[in-house]
Write a protein that binds this ligand. Structure first.
Ligand code: GLU
Length: 281
């Protein structure tokens, strides 16, 4: 049976782009008589707020969506992510990194160039990968905490080449190396977006991951983590992003297009659905 999910982060109020993504996942499940899940991706203790979580429930109910209870809230499952982090560390594919953002820029400047750009910003030059076990252990003792990065090249040696399937674009060859050694666990929490999303989609039995095109290449990393953790790779469908009148993507900072602002201005759910081309409810 098909299982889809909508997985917002409670860092602001939902806007039209989220409504599109939520309806897309919901209808994909409905069309095939499947299940729809809602998940709250609140691993970031600074940016996520409980009032935004409450607002997400309210806005999605207003849109007419229903979902299975209990809703998985990532902040309540840190111990699970930590256990999988140890598993990856024991497999020898992680290393602790003590660099700050400015260290990364300075390192590139020393090498005589600006940092190389990956799909997600400057590529990590791999400085801490060179540390010996003893140096890493000493630094861990000194700093108490570190970012844990995925040694992508080594991970790919273990898994071999990987592919995944997108319902819109077909078979995709994974190129996680384009992101460089991504952070898998942050200094402040024993996880990251990449780890939590991969673990949860598996644990919740999601069979079709639907989400915006902006996360298309991130799937390469998730596919690599699935192979390392022994998870099957689900099917994916990355949908186009909703653009505003100026052709820019909706962002949480655009207060004018939050669902609650639209609702307060008197717009109906039917109008929203029409605007997003989802037809009548
Ligand atoms: N939590 C992510 C976001 O709000 C979405 C993650 C996903 O759908 O994979 O952008």
């Amino acid at each position: 049976m098909i299982v889809t999910r909508f997985a917002p982060s409670p860092t602001g109020h939902l806007h039209l782009g989220h409504a599109y993504s939520a309806l897309f996942a919901y209808e994909a499940a409905q069309k095939e008589g499947g299940r729809f899940l809602l998940r709250i991706e609140d691993i970031d203790p600074v940016r996520c707020r409980p009032e935004f979580t409450a607002a997400i429930f309210e806005d999605l109910r207003w849109l007419g969506l229903t979902w299975e209870e209990p809703v998985r809230q990532q902040s309540k499952h840190m111990h699970q992510y930590a256990a999988l982090l140890f598993k990856l560390r024991d497999a020898g594919v992680l290393y602790p990194c003590f660099c700050t953002r400015s260290d990364v820029v300075a390192e590139a400047a020393n090498a005589g160039h600006a940092p190389h750009e990956g799909p997600d910003g400057p590529l990590y030059p791999g400085t801490c990968r060179q540390l010996s076990d003893k140096e890493a252990a000493d630094k861990l003792a000194e700093h108490k905490t570190a970012n844990w990065r995925l040694y992508v090249e080594k991970a790919l040696e273990i898994t071999g080449p990987l592919t995944w399937h997108d319902r819109a674009k077909g078979k995709i060859e994974a190129r996680p190396q384009e992101f460089g050694d991504v952070v898998i666990a942050r200094k402040d929490v024993p996880t990251s977006y990449h780890l939590s999303v991969t673990v949860d989609d598996h644990l919740q039995g999601v069979t079709l991951v639907t989400r915006g095109e902006d996360l298309f290449r991130a799937t390469d990393i998730h596919c690599l983590l699935q192979a390392l953790l022994g998870y099957p790779t689900p099917d994916y469908h990355h949908h186009p992003l909703m653009l505003d009148a100026e052709g820019k993507r909706h962002a949480k900072r655009d207060k004018s297009v939050t669902l609650r602002a639209l609702r307060e201005s008197g717009i109906t759910v039917e109008e929203i659905r029409r605007k997003l081309s989802f037809g009548g409810s």
